[in-house]
Design a protein around this ligand. Structure first.
Ligand SMILES: C=C(O[C@H]1C=CC=C(C(=O)O)[C@@H]1O)C(=O)O
Length: 467
């Protein structure tokens, strides 16, 4: 064993992988970040950083920069996400007991604009060649203990997906984009989490009362529910279902945290940073029975609502104000657009910034996250007041829910979503789901409760629980 960190990235033939990245989601311990056919998947673990507390982002940034500083990197692909990479998930709160983490995989597979690559990462001093990388990937894909027990009708993964020993067939047969009716998970039960529905609605009422005192403008209150699934929770099945159904979202899987988020906290590519800010939600089921086109209904109810626009404006303001000191130029849509997801519509705005050099360096994505998190989309405004009220009213350690989740590379590129519409797999048969709502003056507790159910739906469906 040497202490030298070495990586080798080689191209794979895109034609061999028509299913794209989701086809690699065949193991329950896969590290994953994917949208449509693109993304990154990681297998194994050669290094891990953990931290709690207010400095978790900066400590992780320092750890990662040290690790990659003297890395020996052979990379013939040279795209964001090639070379050294780590996957990460961070606690929402600086007071959380939950450990934030960066995980360096042994093998990473990436797909972007039809290009596919494979990276092997190691601290060993053995040979590092295209053959060792392909063999390592093959080993990870083949050592799936049992086909992740997908009930009939679900997209299925196989322990020996290729059957003929070729990597190409692995991806072809994995076929992540198939959407079929979901069978129900037999015997699944759903329990309230930290607060009963009544107690959570009382918390919303208390939040609205605080807003009316003028102490704050917006507050995001979340709650949890716990699902027990006797047949077991299979992360790979859940991830493939989410990736196939929520193609506009970023499907993530890091160490038992799984979900598909529509909200991009920050995506850094070279000197360009982008974010997708959401706030303002309408359950698509509310459009049933309404006259006219569903999208016209969504535009009328969301874009035409003072309350929703106010909530959205606060979220945009919070992001752009925090991003401004790191940017030379920034642009955001003047008008929010309607983002259509299978479960809800959102008011959405995309923000793009040209990053400034600060003391000769473009800020890394973790440095940006340190400044941006928590945004008003998941905390409130002003941040400190909202954060204190969340701790008082929610009676919940949010853990990684609503914290940043994503990946980064050695060049400082990365994609970090906000871990929404997700859950933590707490044991082989238990999952804790989280959802929250922006509360402003005029918020109705019953309506907010209904909104949490709409936001639980992606996870409930992927787990095979009817909703
Ligand atoms: C806090 C969540 O959603 C946020 C993101 C989009 C829309 C939101 C809203 O309309 O309340 C929330 O701010 C969640 O999904 O748990």
């Amino acid at each position: 064993m040497t202490s030298t960190f070495r990586t080798l990235t080689v191209p794979l033939d895109g034609k061999d992988f028509p299913g794209g990245l989701p086809a690699f989601l065949v193991r329950d311990d896969v590290l994953c970040w994917t949208r449509r056919e693109a993304g990154l998947a990681g297998f194994g673990e050669i290094a891990r950083f953990t931290a709690t507390g207010p400095d978790r982002f900066l400590e992780a940034d320092i750890w990662w920069r040290h690790l990659v500083l003297e890395a020996e990197v052979a990379d013939s692909v040279e795209l964001p996400g090639t070379g050294p990479v780590a996957f990460g998930s961070f606690a929402f709160s600086k007071t959380s007991a939950h450990e934030s983490r960066l995980i360096v995989p042994e093998i990473a597979v990436g797909v972007r604009d039809g290009q596919v690559w494979l990276t092997q990462l190691t601290f060993d001093d053995g040979p590092l060649t295209e053959d060792t990388a392909r063999a390592a990937l093959d080993r990870w894909l083949r050592s799936v203990a049992a086909p992740s027990a997908a009930p009939p009708g679900r997209t299925t993964a196989a322990a020996d997906p290729a059957g003929d020993g070729t990597l190409g067939a692995v991806a072809t047969k994995g076929g992540g984009a198939v959407v079929r009716p979901l069978p129900l998970a037999a015997g699944a039960t759903l329990h309230t989490g930290s607060l009963s529905e009544e107690a959570w609605m009382a918390a919303v009422e208390a939040g609205v009362a605080e807003i009316r005192t003028g102490a704050l403008e917006k507050l995001v209150l979340a709650r949890d529910v716990v699902a027990t699934i006797p047949s077991g929770v299979h992360a790979a099945d859940v991830l493939r279902e989410l990736a196939a159904r929520y193609r506009e979202c970023w499907t993530y899987g890091v160490d038992g945290l799984v979900g598909a988020t529509p909200e991009m906290l920050i995506q850094v590519e070279g000197r360009t940073a982008q974010a997708r800010v959401l706030a303002g939600t309408l359950d698509r089921r509310d459009a049933h029975g309404e006259d006219g086109l569903p999208m016209d209904y969504a535009t009328r109810v969301l874009a035409g609502s003072e309350k929703q626009r106010h909530e959205h404006e606060i979220a945009i303001q919070s992001l752009t104000t925090q991003l401004a000191p790191f940017s030379e130029a920034m642009n955001a849509h003047d008008e929010p657009f309607i983002l259509e997801l299978p479960n809800v519509w959102h008011l959405a705005s995309d923000v793009k910034a040209e990053l400034a050099e600060i003391e000769g360096h473009v800020p890394t994505c973790l440095a940006l996250i340190n400044a941006l998190h928590p945004t008003a989309a998941v905390c409130g405004t002003p941040t400190q007041v909202a954060g204190a009220l969340i701790r008082k009213l929610e009676h919940l350690d949010r853990g990684p829910y609503a914290g940043p989740v994503g990946w980064l590379d050695a060049a400082g590129n990365g994609e970090w979503g906000i871990a929404l519409r997700g859950a933590v797999i707490e044991s082989p048969d238990t999952v804790r789901l989280y959802a929250g709502c922006g509360i402003v003056d005029g918020s109705q507790p019953e309506a907010e409760l209904a909104e949490t159910w709409a936001k639980f739906r992606p996870m409930l469906e992927s787990l095979g629980i009817s909703s």
